[in-house]
Design a protein around this ligand. Structure first.
Ligand code: MN3
Length: 200
């Protein structure tokens, strides 16, 4: 497995005003690219060199911190670009996923509130998540480059709460960034695809 920077599924200014061209140019073209380059360098000569990305993330966790951080962030960002789309967010959630969210988390409104709160409460850099664990959808958060894969769960939605993801557009107002992500950016069709693939 060699990591490579994916093309974005939309133009650099497609998510404005909720995420600006400048944020996406730096976040995709510099931050994600650095994880790709560092990950490829750290992968060389290791036992994970020709393994799929998920195996590298899970296998290096707790064993090779440098490789894990970069492989984890590569995995997270590959999905992050697809977890957003122009005109996303809102309550347009595919039926089965919406029913499961209501059954496991109370309601779509409660899920959104818990997701934003998980991102707000994550101290320092990290991610907030919807993940499938033991057959149920849960809200969780992780530090730095970690993700639910290393906690026995399948991520279906994640939001990057590292400052590089919001500081240009929102400065220190992380709650405002998270609310805009939920209300205007989430690509629920992609979340539903991951949910279908993760179901037992
Ligand atoms: Mn990031």
């Amino acid at each position: 497995m060699t990591f490579s920077l994916p093309e974005l599924p939309y133009s650099h200014d497609a998510l404005a005003p909720y995420m600006s061209r400048e944020t996406i140019e730096y976040h995709h073209g510099k931050h994600h690219l650095a994880y790709v380059n560092n990950g490829n360098n750290l992968l060389k000569g290791t036992e994970w060199e020709n393994r799929p990305l998920e195996d590298i993330v899970k296998g290096s966790h707790g064993k090779n911190a440098g490789l894990f951080n970069n492989a984890g962030q590569h995995y997270n960002h590959l999905h992050f670009w697809n977890w957003m789309k122009p005109g996303g967010g809102g309550d347009k959630i595919p039926g089965i996923l919406e029913k499961t969210i209501a059954a496991d988390l109370g309601s779509v409104a409660k899920m959104k509130e818990a997701f934003v709160q998980a991102g707000v409460a994550q101290f320092g850099s990290g991610w907030c998540w919807l993940a499938l664990k033991d057959g149920k959808i849960v809200v969780t958060s992780t530090a730095n480059g970690e993700n639910p894969l290393v906690h026995g769960a399948r991520p279906i939605l994640g939001c990057d709460v590292w400052e590089h993801s919001y500081y240009i557009d929102y400065r220190n107002r992380r709650p405002e960034y998270l609310t805009a992500f939920v209300d205007h950016l989430i690509n629920w069709d992609y979340v539903a695809d991951l949910f279908e693939a993760a179901k037992p």
